[in-house]
Every structure is written in structure tokens, then in C-alpha cells.
Write a protein that binds this ligand. Structure first.
Ligand code: MN
Length: 380
């Protein structure tokens, strides 16, 4: 290709990108750059960004080293993550190194979540104490860089009343923005009424609960583990799918209609199945196969709870067709950007997200406005 041909080719490619991206492309004379644009009219807020305290990492190490955990999913996961230097140091650093990575990726603000499985592998007393200590440390990290970090509280569902109190302290006193629950707690899910004190507090505080995956519990994990599928290739999605369907069909949103639940990975397939969920709620021939979801037990269609009470983030899913589908079926005001730092730190994915062929306003909702509203980040 000669020089003028090359210029013509670049110009055409840029024009095509403008069409595809619905926004500005690089000028024809510039090479395509891989770092995200800075001249955008949104700030990028990433809403599922993992961290761990040094103390908690050591507690995890101790569980493994002393053979204290019979949670095969946790053991397999932390053996991998805890010994991976990039992940380990990336999780622990809530200061300069993390901010350098955010700057390189054009991320203005990270919403920090204690990494999975949080304190949900410890007995209730220890877990409750660790939750408090972790929230205090998180708050200190946020207050060192208030323009760059906000945080979700960690709570210990093992002791539901204490978890509700800690959520209240975290939101009212520490200015944390909600809470993360790393899915099951010793094989139990939040659809069981003994946990509903947490939902009651969350609704009263208008504090969203982020249900983040972890590997499935003992009764469920064996077939996944045997195949190496207990994490992102299977177990994570199965776990969150079960959790969210359990919450919906137990009537949690009838009891707490203003409760907000957030899930990552664009909803772990749930939005894609909404039609079938509604159909089977009303038509399943065999009652035993539709759980508690009979129309007489729930006030609304399953899809209505998903649209009203559930928010999804794009963590790990920088994929245009899926993002557009989620925006279409649950609403552009319920889909938020997330990166899943440090696990999926990939600057090219920010460029992909910048170039989505959606309206400028929907892009601003995705990157900024939804997060500001849902997590009360307006002042940060
Ligand atoms: Mn994550």
C-alpha cells in the first residue's frame, strides 16, 4: 500500500469507526491510539473494583495453610489468587499503584468492593469483627483519595442483626455507599427470612446490595470443580443466578419494594432469560418445577422485579451486543459500567466501551449518571 493509499485507508477506517461508534473517531492523520480518549463529556466510574486488606489476605492464607477451611471452592480460588503476585498486590494496593492504573485506563472513580468471598468464610464472631475493621480501613483509603475512590461496606450475613447494624454504621457514619455480599454464606442464600433484617436495613437506608459471585457451596460444587469450571466459566454464574432467582421467587421484592440489588457480568444471563422466566411463572405444567414463583405467591411478573429492583454492571463483559441487549430489556438507567479491577484490568475494554454505538446520553448513563444516582456519588 502506497502512502496516499494508506492515508485514504486510515481515513475510511476512521469514518467507519465514527459510524460504528456514533461518536468522534481519531482524526485521519493520527494513528489509532489504544489509550482512552480524554476529551469525553462523561467521567468513567467503575463500579465493581476489588480490594483486600493485608489482614484479611493473611486470614485467608491461614485458612489454607492450617487446613481450616473445608470450602473446596474457596480453597481452589484463593490458592490461585493468593499466590498470583499481580492479583495479590493489585488487591492490596488502594493507593498510588491503583491510581496509576486508573489514570492509564481513564477511570475517574473506582467503587471499591472487598474481594470475594469477603468475610463469609469465617465463623460469625470473627466475621463480624473483620467486617468492621475492613470497613474502617476502606474508609481511611477513601478519605486519602476522596476524588478517586468510594466504597461499598462489607457485612457478615452469619449474624444478620449485626450485619444490619454494621450496614447502618457504614452508610450513616462512614459514608460507604451500600454493601457487597459475596453470594452464599456456608451454603445459604439471602432468600431465607432469617437474613431479611439485612434487606430491611438496606431498603430503609436506600443502600444497594451488590451480590458478587463466589464459587458454589459444597452440595453444588463437585461437578464444576471436577471440570475446572467452579469460577468464571460456570460456578460464578450458576451461583449468582440461583441467588437472584431465589430472592425474587421468595417474594423479597414484594416485602421490600424499594430494595436495590446489583449484579455484575451483565446479570449473569438473567436478562437474557426474562421471557422464559415470565412464561414459566405462569405456565409451568408441573408445579414442583416452578418453585415458589406461582402468580398467586408473587405480586408481579419476574421480569418486572428484574427491571425495577435489579441493576447490572458490565464487569468482565465489554461486549457491545450484550450491553445493548441489557440496556434494551432492563433499561439504560439500570446498566452501569464496571471493570473488575484487578482481575480484568484491560485498557482496550475502556476503548471498546467508549466506542459503543449507543446514544451519547445512554453512554453517559452507563459510565457516570447511573452510578452517581444509585451509589449517591454526586459530590465525589
Ligand atoms: Mn468481580
Amino acid at each position: 500500500m502506497g502512502n496516499s493509499d494508506r492515508r485514504e485507508f486510515i481515513k475510511r477506517a476512521a469514518a467507519l469507526l465514527t459510524l460504528a461508534g456514533g461518536g468522534r473517531a481519531n482524526s485521519a492523520d493520527e494513528p489509532m491510539h489504544e489509550s482512552p480518549r480524554t476529551d469525553v463529556d462523561y467521567r468513567r466510574i467503575a463500579t465493581e473494583e476489588a480490594f483486600i486488606t493485608r489482614e484479611l489476605a493473611q486470614q485467608y492464607d491461614r485458612l489454607l495453610r492450617d487446613g481450616l477451611s473445608d470450602d473446596a471452592g474457596f480453597n481452589a480460588m484463593w490458592r490461585g489468587i493468593g499466590s498470583n503476585e499481580r492479583f495479590r498486590s493489585g488487591l492490596i494496593d488502594v493507593g498510588e499503584g491503583r491510581i496509576r492504573d486508573m489514570d492509564a485506563a481513564g477511570i475517574s472513580l473506582q467503587l471499591l468492593l472487598l474481594t470475594t468471598p469477603g468475610v463469609q468464610v469465617f465463623e460469625a464472631g470473627l466475621a463480624t469483627g473483620l467486617a468492621r475493621a475492613t470497613n474502617d480501613e476502606l474508609t481511611a483509603a477513601v478519605s486519602r483519595h476522596p476524588q478517586r475512590f468510594a466504597g461499598l461496606a462489607v457485612i457478615a450475613p452469619q449474624d444478620p442483626p449485626a450485619a444490619a447494624r454494621e450496614l447502618e454504621r457504614a452508610v450513616r457514619t462512614l459514608d460507604l455507599k451500600g454493601a457487597v455480599i459475596n453470594s452464599h454464606t456456608f451454603g445459604e442464600y439471602l432468600d431465607e427470612p432469617k437474613y431479611w433484617a439485612i434487606f430491611e436495613a438496606a431498603e430503609a437506608l436506600d443502600a444497594p446490595i451488590y451480590i458478587h459471585p463466589r464459587p458454589p457451596p459444597a452440595p453444588m460444587i463437585e461437578p464444576y470443580l471436577r471440570r475446572g469450571l467452579s469460577g468464571p466459566l460456570g460456578g460464578f454464574s450458576a451461583e449468582v443466578y440461583l441467588h437472584i432467582l431465589a430472592i425474587i421467587t421468595a417474594g423479597v421484592f414484594d416485602r421490600f419494594p424499594r430494595l436495590k440489588i446489583v449484579i455484575g457480568h451483565l446479570g449473569e444471563g438473567v436478562p437474557y432469560l426474562m421471557y422464559r422466566l415470565d412464561y414459566m411463572q405462569h405456565h409451568a405444567e408441573v408445579p414442583g418445577l416452578r418453585g415458589k414463583a406461582q402468580p398467586t405467591r408473587l405480586k408481579r411478573k419476574i421480569s418486572e422485579y428484574i427491571r425495577e429492583n435489579i441493576y447490572v454492571t458490565t464487569s468482565g463483559m465489554a461486549w457491545e451486543p450484550a450491553i445493548k441487549f441489557a440496556q434494551e430489556v432492563i433499561g439504560a438507567d439500570h446498566v452501569l459500567y464496571a471493570m473488575d479491577y484487578p482481575y480484568q484490568y484491560d485498557v482496550a475494554e475502556v476503548v471498546t466501551t467508549d466506542n459503543l454505538s449507543i446514544s451519547d446520553y445512554d453512554k453517559k448513563l452507563l459510565y457516570q449518571l447511573n452510578a452517581e444516582r444509585l451509589f449517591s456519588l454526586m459530590g465525589t
